[in-house]
Ligand binder design. Structure first.
Ligand SMILES: NC(=O)c1ccc[n+]([C@@H]2O[C@H](COP(=O)([O-])OP(=O)(O)OC[C@H]3O[C@@H](n4cnc5c(N)ncnc54)[C@H](O)[C@@H]3O)[C@@H](O)[C@H]2O)c1
Length: 285
């Protein structure tokens, strides 16, 4: 594998997960956040997840030690952090913030560096267009929790070149994931299919066809999904579900993607699901 050093920008839920799987595969990772304290929180969650893997006998103590030894953390990335083969951005889902980060990475990273984004909904083509290397900008969309989920959507922007895409596909396989190459259209593939299904479950509830437990029960018993769509909305966060629906609705200009009025109402009420303590279910402590 030609990838030896990676910079991960953002050490939250996804950035720390990406750092974990890369470091476990033997790659040197610098994880940076706004402050070192935030990055430390990310490192704490990596240590916790590694301990879980150790307890379950999935990894040895040596692997845990070697993984942690491959990680260094810090606050805002500086030019010295940018001499890497790939920089992966995993900061908040906000175009303005991402544009600022990509412009800075483009200025500081050497010519060889691939710039990847873990965005779940923003257009890779538009992110690439703010850099002087759009051919080396690509989506590397991991799923949560990163150390458990196999899928990585490798998103090819209009200007991304074949070599860049091939390198990211190879890297994803090297770290034990199942990459799928996808073109840069709203929702990519996973969210385009799954999120409207969840929105439809909300609409079914809104129309009073059945209650939340029954709707989830139908999908669990009839389709063998591991979790019902409304419980899944609560787990992901109703604000995120609404944001993805808005991206699909605006991106395709097709009314079939309109967010359910009940979804909007839930977000207005602050009933975001598990993270706010109340969502379609009210049993989160
Ligand atoms: N949560 C998910 O299930 C999921 C799944 C796939 C993709 N994503 C995408 O991954 C990205 C990150 O999501 P998350 O869930 O990890 O969010 P998060 O809020 O857990 O983490 C974001 C981190 O980025 C940091 N940050 C913000 N601005 C920064 C900057 N300028 N420099 C360095 N660090 C900065 C924040 O302090 C925070 O720690 C988003 O684009 C999101 O859409 C999320």
């Amino acid at each position: 594998m030609k990838i030896k050093k990676i910079l991960v920008v953002g050490g939250g839920q996804m950035g720390s997960g990406i750092t974990h799987v890369m470091a476990q595969a033997g790659i040197q990772v610098s994880m940076r956040d706004i402050t070192k304290e935030y990055a430390q929180k990310g490192l704490d969650s990596i240590t916790k997840n590694l301990s879980k893997q150790l307890q379950k006998g999935k990894i040895t103590e040596e692997v845990m030690k070697a993984t942690l030894a491959n990680i260094n953390i810090g606050g805002q990335f500086v030019k010295e952090d940018c001499d890497v083969d790939i920089a992966i951005e995993a900061i908040n889902e906000n175009m303005e913030l991402k544009v600022k980060t990509f412009k800075q990475l483009d200025e500081w990273c050497p010519e060889r560096t691939i710039l990847a984004s873990n965005t779940s909904s923003l257009p890779i083509t538009a992110i690439g267009a703010v850099t002087k290397r759009p051919e080396k900008v690509v989506g590397m969309h991991f799923f949560s929790p990163v150390f458990l989920m196999r899928l990585v959507e490798v998103v090819k922007g209009l200007a991304s070149d074949e070599e860049t895409v091939a390198t990211i596909m190879e890297l994803a396989k090297f770290i034990g994931k199942s990459p799928m190459e996808i073109k840069d259209y709203p929702g990519f593939v996973g969210n385009r299919i799954m999120v409207p299904m969840m929105n439809e479950a909300i609409q079914t509830l809104y129309e009073g066809v059945a209650d939340a437990e029954t709707i989830d029960g139908v999908i669990l018993a009839g389709f063998n999904h591991p979790i019902g769509p409304l419980r899944l909305c609560d787990a992901i966060g109703n604000d995120t579900i609404l944001a993805v629906m808005e991206v699909l609705y605006e991106g395709f200009g097709d009314p079939k993607y309109r967010p359910s009025p009940l979804l909007r109402k839930m977000v207005e009420a602050g009933w975001l699901g598990k993270k706010s303590g109340r969502g379609f279910y009210n049993d989160y402590k």
